[in-house]
Design a protein. Sequence first.
Length: 57
Amino acid sequence: MLGLVKAFLKAGILSQDRQFRNTETGTPQGGILSPLLVLGISDTIVANPNLASEAFS
C-alpha cells in the first residue's frame, strides 16, 4: 500500500489544456488518495483495536 501512496504523490497532473505538470507537494483536490488512506487506516484499527485507544488517549 505504501508503494501505491508514493506513486500517487509522484504522479503529477494533466491540466485542462492537456499539459502534464509535475506536482511538488500534496495531491490534487478531489483525488482518490484520501479515501484509500482511510480504508487502510480503518483496516488497521479493526485488526488492532488497541491502536485506536492509544491514539486518542
